[in-house]
Design a protein around this ligand. Structure first.
Ligand code: TXA
Ligand code: MG
Length: 351
């Protein structure tokens, strides 16, 4: 299939009537798949009411069919069409964080959305993205859009048009090139179907921000232990992985250098995922800098791009710095741990 490319400037007026957006919307109405930018990562969108359309998403990504998709809408009032009830906490969260990187799980109204989109669950994940192109595309299509991240399953999510092109060219109807995404990690997923809201995936909206609005929330215990079964189906798969294995190195500068030297002495080419503050301090074969430790939002912003960049190098192993799990650091460490398959070298446990 030839993949069309529509270049769109997100700052132009009246985006829903922009010819490229209207053309992309027509492909969605024909149950084809279109990739588009959001404020977090690029999404792979299709008509969430159609089994046929949603099946094409799973095929393009190579995604396991038991992993449900997030339904993207352009107006908070649309939610009631798709869910049985909207608890008060969910209303508060929507008022505070929509449009924005927060996905809310609610009880699904049966018979409206494709069962493939929700993987046959009795719940549905709803999100209103904060990106003019995403909102314009949803409006122009007149459809709820099921949209996972636009990467091949298992790879780091795409934050640039080029990432989407690398993964999806020839597999989908089209890609809207709207430049780089903003936050860099995906939306936070929060389940509001139980008595206490529970964060299933840390992301662009932090736990601290959520608790300011609705009080204490819980976190899926599986986020802190690889032995628990996660409540969000997608969290159980290996993810965000570059080709070379990733190992997290938790310790001082000199401990990182010791680990670099150890793998080097085994004849391996060593890549290091580092930060601006530390990039001059290590001697390794490849150093990739993913932002500033003093501003973790810059690390989130560059994380996937940096992990993908190792695929253009010849490294045999990637050693990564670790980050404090406060604020957006929680999402960064969640993604890094998953990309490393929970392989962490701790200085405190070194012999
Ligand atoms: O920022 C984002 O959320 C991006 C952009 C494109 O919007 N989308 C995204 O989608 O990250 P995806 O499919 O890569 O991740 C969706 C996550 C998965 O972990 C999935 O298992 C979970 O949300 N999920 C979806 N529906 C669910 C449900 N009903 N119950 C529990 N988890 C659900
Ligand atoms: Mg994903």
């Amino acid at each position: 299939m030839e993949t069309k490319i529509w270049e769109v400037d997100k700052s132009v007026d009246n985006l829903p009537t922009f010819p490229q957006i209207m053309e992309a919307a027509r492909w969605l109405q024909k149950n084809e798949v279109v990739a588009f930018p959001t404020e977090t990562v690029y999404g792979l969108g299709a008509n969430a009411k159609s089994d046929e359309a949603v099946t094409k998403i799973f095929e393009a990504k190579g995604r396991p069919s038991d992993n449900p998709l997030i339904i993207h809408i352009s107006d908070q009032r649309e939610v009631e069409q798709y869910v049985e009830e909207i608890p008060e906490v969910a209303t508060k969260l929507m008022h505070s964080f929509w449009p924005g990187p927060l996905t809310i799980i609610l009880r699904k109204k049966e018979g409206i959305l494709s069962d493939r989109a929700t993987a046959g669950l009795s719940t549905v994940a709803m999100r209103m993205p904060d990106h003019p192109i995403a909102l314009a595309l949803i409006r122009a299509s007149g459809l709820p859009l099921a949209a996972p991240s636009a990467n091949i399953s298992g790879k780091p999510s795409p934050t640039k048009f080029q990432h989407v092109l690398n993964d999806m060219n020839g597999k989908i109807a089209g890609i809207i090139d709207g430049g780089n995404t903003g936050v860099g990690v995906e939306s936070t997923v929060i389940d509001c179907t139980g008595s206490t809201p529970m964060i299933l995936r840390p992301g662009g909206i932090t736990k601290e921000e959520i608790e300011k609005v609705i009080g204490t929330v819980s976190t899926d215990p599986a986020l802190h232990s690889k032995d628990e079964r996660p409540k969000s189906p997608g969290m159980k798969y290996t993810h965000y992985a570059p080709k070379a294995p990733v190992i997290l190195v938790d310790g001082s500068i000199s401990f990182m250098q010791q680990m670099i030297d150890r793998y080097h002495s085994e004849g391996k080419k060593v890549g290091v995922l580092t930060t601006e503050e530390h990039s001059d301090l290590f001697h390794a074969d490849v150093l990739i800098t993913c932002g500033k430790r003093t501003d973790l939002s810059t690390v989130a912003n560059h994380l996937y791009e940096s992990l993908r960049a190792f695929d253009d190098t010849e490294v045999d192993i990637i050693l990564s710095e670790t980050f404090p799990t406060r604020g957006i650091g929680e999402a960064i460490m969640n993604r890094l741990k998953k990309s490393a398959g929970y392989h962490i070298l701790k200085e405190s446990q070194a012999d």
